[in-house]
Design a protein around this ligand. Sequence first.
Ligand SMILES: NC(=O)c1ccc[n+]([C@@H]2O[C@H](COP(=O)([O-])OP(=O)(O)OC[C@H]3O[C@@H](n4cnc5c(N)ncnc54)[C@H](O)[C@@H]3O)[C@@H](O)[C@H]2O)c1
Length: 307
Amino acid sequence: MTKIAFIGVGKIGQTIVYSSVIDGIFDEIMLYDIIPELPDKFEHELRHAFASRGVKTEIISTNNIDDISNSDIVVIAAGKPRKPGMSRRDLFKDNAKIMIDLASKLPSKNHGAIYVMVANPVDMNASVFAKYSKEMVISTGDQVETMRMRSFIAKKLHVPVNEVDGFVGGEHGEDAVVLWSTVSVKGLPISEYNINKEEVEKYVKEIPGEIIRVMGGTTWGPGTIIADIIKAITLNENRLMSIAMPRKFEDEIIHVSVPTIVGRKIGPSIESLIDEQDRWHLTSAMKDFYDVYKDMLKSLESVENAR
Ligand SMILES: NC(=O)c1ccc[n+]([C@@H]2O[C@H](COP(=O)([O-])OP(=O)(O)OC[C@H]3O[C@@H](n4cnc5c(N)ncnc54)[C@H](O)[C@@H]3O)[C@@H](O)[C@H]2O)c1
């Protein structure tokens, strides 16, 4: 029996819920948000969709976090979204506080759950949640960038998207790096094709901001991609995905994406199989993440301790 809890059912939360539960792979789903009635009304919407599709999954909706219990998977999409022009890191101060609060409440009633972090800055929030909860938490990281990269290359080269392979790694967002040594099209290395790498990198970094500017937030892309991460865990698919699992870096647990096997067990990653130049990029992404995260964590903790 697989039970999943969704913490935060705003724009992206709802899209992830719909995309991951509509095929009926869960026995029970729990919906939680701090906005009164939002989980309840969303539950009604889902029940109507389930009625049409014959999905038998049980739904519990609540505004009381104590009702979230015995989950196998907990997905956290609670927190402020970016406004046009903001970076994901600008959200750290507000959203990391939510993670510290959730880390004090969720683990005692959800023993052994895998936590899937979605709220931004997603990698740093995963690290904060891991630090304060001591639980297994992954960040959805660069699987989203990976699919953006593949879709752009497929469109440029006029090939079906399933003929494009490869991954983006590093920190989710502006610092993500295309791991070019992993990229191939129809089984041939990308160097065999005429593609402007800078244009691909620019697209991967800039398209989410453009979507936010016009549509108010990204939903269907990440919603589907993150649902696939959840599905890979639930159905033990052991898919290679560019997510971030916890790793020790100097004195902290950090989350930086590397192509990793995702099933009931998370890992190992294929880091050692990636070429030297791409590994160098990953190591500098980790170092940069660590330096910025340490600073931001320090100022957050000094504010929290002064309270
Ligand atoms: N990882 C990704 O690829 C990805 C993609 C899209 C959005 N996001 C991030 O996900 C987060 C949510 O984005 P959104 O567009 O859904 O925003 P939104 O404002 O539509 O929804 C956020 C929801 O979180 C709820 N919330 C806030 N604090 C909470 C708490 N303590 N407990 C429970 N619920 C709480 C709010 O009430 C709201 O319903 C943002 O940080 C956004 O940047 C990440």
